[in-house]
Design a protein around this ligand. Sequence first.
Ligand code: SF4
Length: 227
Amino acid sequence: MSYPDAQETPEEKWAYLRKGIIEWWSPEDHDFPWRKPDDEWKLLVTEILLQRTRASAVAQLYDDFFERFPTPESLAEASTEEVGDAIYSLGLAWRAKYISQLGDQLAELTGEVPDTRDGLKELPGVGPYVSGAFQVLHRNQPDSFVDSNVVRLLGRYFGFEWDGETRRRKWFLQFVDRLFEHEYEPSRFGYALLDFTREVCAPSPNCEVCPVRERCHFAAEHKQARI
Ligand code: SF4
């Protein structure tokens, strides 16, 4: 791994990235219905809907979905086909089964969502990403979550190769912890990270407006290539 500034330490590079992300973000510009306090069971179901799905698509069906299923019991009583029909427009139809099973379990728990990350992971459809995101975003707990967008950002910024398996590799899981070692409010930083990887370091990166481009490996390489 090389650094554009030879004097720069890894810690300085991490701090620059974290600061760039949090200072770029403003909640007013990123308003979604699930970013307000609400019943935890609804927020958990929403995190499953958001996996690998555009937030704008989830926003379009959010109100209709929870009007149709206003309680965990109503979700438990629905068939998998009914749940699948309600989320059809999002694709990834396999989620209907997990959401249906999750409804069963949440109804048994009378809507009480487990209060630890390990407890969350025992629920259907809730893996490392959803449990970590839920703790950070909806409970404001210092924790971490990693999706392919985060891998892409770090691969470009630090200059390493990545693929679909990177986020599960042991070295990466230790590496990415540094991203979440910050002094900011956990939920604020978490939302900023989500929005930054969606809008700035997107699949097609917007380096010209990026606040961390001066220290980004990818941006430096492309600048060099243009010269
Ligand atoms: S400069 Fe470009 S590649 Fe680097 S973090 Fe910003 S958007 Fe991503």
